[in-house]
Design a protein around this ligand. Sequence first.
Ligand SMILES: [Zn+2]
Length: 120
Amino acid sequence: MKKTKENATQFEAGQRSRLEGLREHLARRTRKVESDLARAESGAEIDSEEQAVERENDEVLSALSGEGRDQLELIEAALARLDAATYGLCATCNRPIGRSRLEALPYATTCITCSKKQGG
Ligand SMILES: [Zn+2]
């Protein structure tokens, strides 16, 4: 089957709605984590044992928050690429990224080949 322009547009529209859904989900989660962090930081008068546990939780929250922000940036970048009609092109080799990869990772910036090269 030949890929028509309409198919590509439909695919991109689907990816856009998935990205927007992901963005909303992540933004909400990041905000929650950040408010939890703010509360943890302002929490005074805890005994030392509790404080140790709190600190451990803080580290988890910090990591989660950073990860969420990174992912949000990737999602924003993918949405920008959709607007610029460069969505689905590998940032490294400029070849189209496979649809199955984009379906699994809607904000992928590199094709599977380049991603493997970078990872290994
Ligand atoms: Zn590539």
